[in-house]
Design a protein around this ligand. Structure first.
Ligand SMILES: Nc1nc2c(c(=O)[nH]1)N[C@H]1C(S)=C(S)[C@@H](COP(=O)(O)OP(=O)(O)OC[C@H]3O[C@@H](n4cnc5c(N)ncnc54)[C@H](O)[C@@H]3O)O[C@H]1N2
Ligand code: MOO
Length: 405
């Protein structure tokens, strides 16, 4: 008898992870803008200044009054000043006058239109306007992008470079963001050898550590890799406890299935807490989610492709929830470029390669090597193909959800 759900549906696993992750939301901290990239905003940003802050020119040329231009043919204006991008010189353009202006420079008083330099000829202090611009041409109006008081960023949004740049253009030097989880990464198993060392019969190189560290780093985290756990319960317990006291999230891979050396589920049941064990998905079925000491605990199955699939489909969601990310990640759909037949009823995250054709349709080519140890197939692919529970036949051209990686 267990007091936690076992062999649950993927959607249920995702819902539990999102709920528990949000309950363990990390505190927010104010952080300098250059360090906020990739984090999640923990405050709304309301525009305190308009954007652009003042009327300014969109072109290098001459600022003039449109009313002075002759409707038929050229007009000659008197050049009375020059305003470059920089501090405003408080210039004024009067009747039949113009002022030299550069892109981004404030519009002189009186001027309402800019003529591009290329459409003029200059003779001493006279400017001939060869091609008349339309009224108001090439003027960027104060506040046309953002008005004062508008909410331009919301708490829970991911801080992309464009959003950081928007905050910078409002003059913000720092922003409240969710603290990023600290993550301890463990691999397990007496068969593992670090790359660079000789391999003895029965041993394999540790590839999951690089995989998991890379996935976490690509999501903006700074994970810490611990030495590989031996298949020995006392040492596993002491190392995992150490990590769980100091980190927000502990992620292990391996030792969560049914083997005699799969010690992690028992450890969590007796010394921590299990929120669920085993999800009806392939790969990744023996996934374990719980808590140990102060940390959230994610026990990923050891097969390398299971690590990839469980991190992308559930691990990332936990990290998002812990940071209070409210914005759903974009979803993508594609047409199968070849038919597929599942040999089981579980939800499958098959690997495949995306390509888009000129008709604007995204296609995905399934890789037939579907075993969860087939890292080569995962490396040759660039997306997980989601094949729902129960359905087993997937015809060519059928629409499937894909998760690019
Ligand atoms: N009787 C059962 N056997 C298995 C079940 C089951 O339900 N009943 N589930 C299978 C499924 S599905 C998976 S997935 C695996 C998961 O097992 P574990 O999470 O306990 O992982 P391990 O046994 O430790 O390792 C599995 C596999 O992956 C290799 N591995 C482990 N760590 C690494 C690493 N860091 N780098 C590269 N490769 C690694 C390991 O050598 C094994 O080959 O269990 C099935 N069995
Ligand atoms: O579900 Mo396991 O993850 O086959 O590989």
């Amino acid at each position: 008898m267990t007091d936690f759900p076992v062999r649950i549906a993927f959607d249920e696993a995702r819902a539990i992870i999102e709920r528990i992750g949000s309950e363990h939301r990390l505190p927010s901290e104010q952080i300098a803008l250059p360090r906020a990239h990739g984090r999640v905003a923990a405050q709304d940003v309301v525009a305190a200044i308009p954007l652009p802050p003042f009327d300014n020119s969109a072109m290098d040329g001459y600022a003039l009054r449109h009313a002075d231009l002759r409707p038929d043919g050229e007009t000659t204006l008197r050049l009375t000043g020059e305003q470059f991008a920089g501090p405003s010189l408080d210039l004024r353009v009067g009747a039949d006058e113009c002022s030299r202006i550069t892109t981004g420079a404030p519009m002189p008083d009186g001027a309402d239109t800019v003529v591009m330099k290329e459409n003029t000829a200059i003779e001493g202090d006279r400017v001939r306007v060869l091609v008349a611009p339309k009224p108001g041409a090439h003027v960027r109006r104060a506040g046309e992008d953002t008005r004062v008081g508008e909410t331009v960023l919301r708490s829970g949004q991911a801080l992309t470079p464009s959003r950081i740049a928007l905050a910078a253009s409002m003059g913000l030097a720092a922003i409240d963001t969710a603290r990023r989880p600290t993550v301890a990464v463990f691999t397990t198993g007496d068969e593992l050898v670090e790359p660079g060392l000789p391999l003895r019969p029965g041993q394999i190189y540790n590839s999951n550590r690089e995989l998991l560290m890379g996935l976490l780093r690509a999501d903006g985290l700074e994970p810490t890799a611990w030495p590989t756990l031996p298949d020995e319960p006392a040492r596993i317990e002491s190392m995992l406890r150490d990590a769980a006291q100091a980190f927000d999230l502990v992620i292990t891979c391996g030792a969560v299935s049914a083997g005699e050396k799969d010690h992690i589920p028992a450890l969590l049941q007796t010394q921590g807490r299990v929120h669920f064990w085993k999800v009806r998905m392939r790969p990744g079925m023996p996934l374990l989610f719980g808590e140990l000491e102060n940390a959230m605990f994610l026990g990923l199955p050891g097969n390398p492709v299971s690590v990839l699939a469980t991190y992308l489909t559930l691990g990332r969601g936990l990290i998002d929830a812990m940071q209070g990310r409210a914005e759903p990640r974009p979803r993508f759909f594609a047409r199968l470029a070849a038919p597929w037949r599942k040999t089981h009823e579980r939800l499958e995250f098959l690997r495949g390669r995306l390509r888009s054709a000129e008709d604007g349709v995204l296609h995905v080519e399934p890789n037939p090597a579907d075993g969860s140890h087939r890292m080569r197939a995962a490396a040759d692919s660039d997306a997980l193909i989601m094949l729902p529970e129960k359905v087993q036949e997937y015809p060519t051209g059928g629409v499937v959800e894909v998760l690019p990686y």
